[in-house]
Design a protein around this ligand. Sequence first.
Ligand SMILES: Cc1cc2nc3c(=O)[nH]c(=O)nc-3n(C[C@H](O)[C@H](O)[C@H](O)COP(=O)(O)OP(=O)(O)OC[C@H]3O[C@@H](n4cnc5c(N)ncnc54)[C@H](O)[C@@H]3O)c2cc1C
Length: 486
Amino acid sequence: MNTAARADSLIAALRAALGDAAVLVTEDTSPDTLARHLVDWRGRYRGQARAIVRPASADQVATAVRLCSAHGVSIVPQGGNTGLVGGGVPDATGTQVVLHLGRLNKVLAVDADNLSMTVEAGCTLAQVQAAAAQAGLLFPLSLASEGSCTIGGNLATNAGGTQVLRYGTARQLCLGLQVVTARGEVLDMLRSLRKDNTGYALRDLYIGSEGTLGIITAATVGLHPRPRGLCTALVTCTTLEAAVALLAATRAALDAWLTAFEVMGALPLKLVQRHLPQAAQVAQTVSLGDDGMWLVLIEVTSARSEQDASEALEHALATALGEGLVSQAVVAHSDAQRQAMWGLREAIPLAEKSEGLMVKHDIGMPTSAVPGFVATTGQTIAARWPGAQVVCFGHLGDGNLHYNVQPPPEAASGDALQAFEGEVNAVVFDAVQVRGGTLSAEHGIGVLRRAELARRTPAVALQTMHAIKQALDPDGVLNPGRVLMG
Ligand SMILES: Cc1cc2nc3c(=O)[nH]c(=O)nc-3n(C[C@H](O)[C@H](O)[C@H](O)COP(=O)(O)OP(=O)(O)OC[C@H]3O[C@@H](n4cnc5c(N)ncnc54)[C@H](O)[C@@H]3O)c2cc1C
């Protein structure tokens, strides 16, 4: 059978097994629907697919995998398509199948006594949070994309977000998984145990594997008690060193009460002012002074009461003001003010999108190394590309920075942009590497970082990764060319 005949035979087999409505093909699908599946959130990766397949159960996922495998067609698993490294959209060949998990969207069980909940992979993160809230509990994973991203995608990318400092990444919040393997078998590991030392940690192998080892169809996640008190503040620090010292001081004073510690440089705030002025209004309550200053969003929770949370934060901030770590502080006194503070932080990626193309980095390093990294890397970039601008913000509490570089006008497109990107990446990743950091703290590798991963990972680690891929997906059916090259 030639390639076209094989593809037609696959579509017919998928339709017979899953129903006509579950298999979308380019010829009879609207361009808008196609774009949702074929173009990534940043508009950087645009692919083509032979079909978009929308199974409604784990068994249907398994059937689709077996059929694709038998026809020699590779699969790109897709959740909310909010990933930022190009891992969830197909390549340009038009031969791949996008396997969209959106119809697996049921909350299967809530066990309030065990603080756990089992959900299908296509539930949006917001849906999972709401189901936990309905049971009087908290699912603390929180990302700006939570209305669209799915819990399957969160686990496949081991997503981080704004509360990692207190609750950990998606991996730490996952107790059990159900996965469809590359051979089309349903591997059921949907246990809700907090201690389980039986053999290799298969669950953890699939978490963060970005759809290259298996397709996540359901998960059992751990829940937490809902805090009774919450207090949020925006503060300014004159230097990044002061912000890092403030982090250490608030940690020492508040320990597990500290749930978020986000930092924003002056330039990201200017972008929000320019493109989303409404969201920037809250920043007027603290004046940033000069460009060297940093804005920090701090959030504290209490298991007891609102008053407890605000007293704890106000006390910590008063001490920090006395010690000169903070120059100004505004504490939110209503839910609307708190939302406005978070709205400002979450508007940054959208403002960047409106501003235009940037060379983005999602890097991590020990928090103690952050000020040195920002100072020396900023100097190198300013010296080599005087017109470039650094947009720096992120989860300082986790040592995770979004360090994005806007090219100067002469390098804003075409070959010049490509050359600029390569050189800036080398500057940034070299500086990260000497500080014992990581080139991807939370977004993953996808297509965007696979060459860098291959270049900068020790040979033994890389060989072990290839051996795992070979063992679990010998025919390369699942998301080939993502994470690992070739
Ligand atoms: C505005 C904005 C803010 C963001 N903020 C954060 C943040 O703070 N922290 C953070 O970590 N990320 C953030 N992200 C990135 C993104 O939202 C996360 O990576 C998210 O976890 C992706 O989920 P998704 O369902 O959209 O996955 P997709 O984008 O659909 O897929 C991502 C990867 O996972 C694979 N995949 C998806 N579903 C499955 C499945 N069920 N089984 C196996 N593989 C699967 C895909 O093949 C792909 O490789 C942000 C994105 C945006 C647009």
